[in-house]
Design a protein around this ligand. Structure first.
Ligand code: SAM
Length: 256
């Protein structure tokens, strides 16, 4: 089934943007997902095609008008197959988007993203349509378009069949609450630095164990917040760990 995405924006030419390349583009052309881009300005009510106005109460910037947004959104809602498609406004005030959120988005067949500009959207529009706010991080962008593409790219690569080797998704950063282990490729010796011995040992269990310990170590050091939030999982047995470790491996702090 096609995952149906609609984006409301003042800059439709920014789409598909980064999603028009590589696997996201291929997935689009093969119908794994579909994209409708709606130009909010097409729903302006005056001959100047204005979409924004000054904020009540004063202050800097402009605010997107609720009546224009209403017309744009209603035009989409008229055509959706699902009664209540998921509605999101990309916003720095929103709940922060995480890897685990992506799979929940994919479980909804139709999803609508609204990209803000300027100071954002009139609050009444958000409240009336019960639109959820979604942030991609604690910083402020010019608009929601790049944020929407970040969210979409994260989701699209999780659609079954989009990535050839789905095994790689299972071990990726954040999938099990850990960051990923380091990767190495040819040449074996580069600038006098060799690849950790265990990776060329051909001993699959030892490699798995080494990678698991590296993941834990890296997560602990780089993202202690993730490490602390993680459910304790059993470590490989002492014997397996000893087999899996080469002299290059840092094990400090991993014993729990
Ligand atoms: N006045 C807003 C505030 O202080 O929260 C910032 C508005 S920002 C300049 C314009 C638009 O960019 C927002 O309406 C939103 O759509 C988008 N945007 C900016 N930062 C974002 C973020 N971290 N995550 C998602 N969308 C963001």
């Amino acid at each position: 089934m096609t995952w149906k995405v609609t984006v409301l924006t003042l800059f439709p030419e920014m789409f598909p943007g980064t999603l028009g390349f590589s696997l996201a583009q291929k997935a689009l052309s093969l119908g794994f997902w579909s994209l409708d881009v709606i130009n909010i300005r097409d729903f302006a009510l005056d001959r100047h095609r204005s979409v924004d106005d000054t904020p009540f109460g004063g202050g800097a910037g402009m605010v997107l008008r609720p009546d224009v947004l209403e017309n744009a959104l209603e035009s989409v809602l008229k055509t959706t197959e699902t009664k209540n498609p998921a509605l999101f406004y990309l916003s720095p005030r929103g709940q922060v988007f995480k890897q685990e959120t992506a799979s929940t988005f994919l479980s909804t067949p139709e999803i609508i993203f609204i990209c803000g500009r300027y100071e954002g959207l009139d609050q009444r529009f958000l409240d009336y349509y019960k639109i959820q706010e979604l942030s991609i991080g604690d910083y402020v962008l010019f608009g929601g378009e790049v944020a929407a593409q970040v969210v979409l790219e994260t989701c699209i690569r999780l659609i079954p069949g989009v990535i050839g080797t789905e095994d790689s998704l299972c071990e990726e950063s954040f999938t099990k609450g850990l960051l990923e282990y380091p990767h190495y490729t040819r040449p074996f010796l580069w600038k006098g630095i060799s690849v950790p011995d265990v990776l060329t040992s051909g001993h699959h269990e030892a490699i798995r164990s080494w990678r698991r310990l590296q993941s834990e170590d890296i997560t602990k050091k780089k993202r202690p917040d993730l490490w602390l939030a993680k459910e304790p999982t059993p470590l490989p047995s002492k014997r397996k760990r000893e087999k899996g470790l080469s002299k290059d491996v840092q094990t400090d702090g991993l014993e729990i």
